[in-house]
Design a protein around this ligand. Structure first.
Ligand code: AMP
Length: 273
């Protein structure tokens, strides 16, 4: 495995490779969720590239940029063991420029849900993902369904900018207790982790309602809110795959998204129905 921090050097290395390139962008503190993406990339491509970059432009003022977990040495070992060919670990000063040409999140889809609680977050995400995709120029890029809105906006960017990459969504990996794996779970105390389990529980209950034939969005949302009690809820939404509001769940075409605060930690989860 080659570890590279310079974008032009990585581009040069990748130009010399033959065959398909699979790419997994991450912010590090790697867990089984990231590893699932890497494994899929390994299975489907000749060359696998992973990046670790805690992207400052997607953190709002006062968010956890400076305390975001960093585990570079452990991450390098995980990548090596997972069969990664190139690990890209750029520095912010090399990726960003003064007075930059900028891509911005769309006014509606980029500012609802997570975009409403974190206005500007998705512009930062799209800025960095656009740069990273242009550097790596992968055949396939792997993203988790756990960050459903992010995935949706990246698919939109790729389509609207006529970019030549296949976006591959990967199912959410959960801990044995049901909590979706996230680097931010490291912030939770033992008690908070117990509280956080209300999130997957609420989604499980909602899926059970749907499988019993209850499709009315308002009733399902009420049930989710009840289960989440007394957590502070950022949003509970049931949308179609275009992220538009619906009144009734359509199986195979809907997604339930939840964001709740456990202490100061924002936790996201969703279920694709
Ligand atoms: P992050 O390092 O949190 O930016 O995540 C990097 C990629 O891993 C994103 O595409 C995430 O959606 C994905 N990811 C994070 N957690 C999980 C999980 N529990 N299961 C599957 N994918 C995940």
């Amino acid at each position: 495995m080659k570890i590279i921090s310079n974008a032009l050097e990585l581009k040069q290395e990748l130009r010399e490779q033959n065959g398909t390139i699979g790419y997994v962008p991450t912010m590090g503190a790697l867990h089984e969720g990231h590893i699932a993406l890497i494994k899929e990339a390994r299975k489907e491509n000749k060359v696998v590239v992973v990046s670790i970059f805690v992207n400052p432009t997607q953190f709002l003022a006062g968010e956890d940029l400076n305390r975001y977990p960093r585990r570079d040495e452990a991450d390098k070992k995980i990548c090596e063991l997972a069969g990664v060919d190139f690990l890209f670990m750029p520095h912010a000063e090399e990726l960003y420029f003064d007075d930059e040409v900028k891509i911005a999140a769309p006014n509606v889809r980029g500012y609802v849900l997570e975009g409403a609680t974190r206005p500007g977050h998705f512009s930062g995400v799209l800025r960095v993902v656009m740069k990273l995709l242009n550097i790596v120029n992968p055949t396939n890029a792997y993203f988790g369904k756990k960050d459903a809105q992010q995935l949706n906006l990246i698919e939109l960017m790729v389509k609207q900018f006529f970019m030549d990459v296949n976006i591959v969504p990967i199912d959410t990996v959960r801990d044995s207790d049901g909590l979706a794996l996230s680097s931010r779970n490291a912030y939770l105390s033992k008690e908070q982790r117990q509280d956080a389990l209300k999130i997957p529980k609420s989604l499980y209950r909602a899926s059970q309602m749907v499988s019993r034939g209850i499709l009315d969005v308002e009733s399902i949302k009420e049930n989710i809110v009840d289960v989440l009690e007394p957590l502070e809820i950022a949003y509970v939404e049931i949308l179609n795959r275009e992220f538009e509001v619906i009144e009734s769940v359509e199986i195979g075409k809907s997604v339930i998204l939840v964001e709740a605060l456990v202490g100061n930690t924002r936790l996201l989860d969703n279920v694709w129905l």
